[in-house]
Design a protein. Sequence first.
Length: 208
Amino acid sequence: MKKLIAIFCATALFAASAGAQNVLGGILNAIGGGNVGETITNVLSSVTGASTNLVGTWTYGGVAAAVRSDNILSTVAGNAAVSTIESKADEILGKAGVVPGAATFTFNQDGTFSLKAGNLPAITGTYTQDGNNVTFSFGKSLQFLKLNGTVSTASGGCKILFNGERFMTFAQRVIEFAKKISTSAGLATVGNILSTAKSVDAGFKLTR
């Protein structure tokens, strides 16, 4: 028992830094699968209060979604809502050129950022980060849209989540922007999933 307590304490101290969380998450991924590592990494992040510094270039990994903390949906309904938002929003943004693995976010020290995706001109704006809280203020290209959200550490990177309805407004603005600079037809609208978006928070998966 004493050995187990000593190992637990050493592990907790080791995990107190953001870098250590990633290492531990990676080890657990190898042992038990990606979901286990990511879950432990997120738990450690919340316990230690660690936050992810956004400065640098990140690869867009797709839409992330989570049941809102104050939502009373059943587990089944909540999982269905998350799955719907992630798949449908990925499809919508993909048609506008924002494709997982082929789009990047760059956050600069001076508080500016840019999103580069496909043939779209760079979408730019400013951001602020205070611990786990972030605010994105987009420029004229997205009609000066503002998003308030939170960033959390995830295995291999981070997740940035916003109010689901506001995120779908972002998706709609990207579509409108793409229409202005492209003759491609058939870009989807977000109206058919707005009701689902009321149940969840949604945003970006980002990896280094």
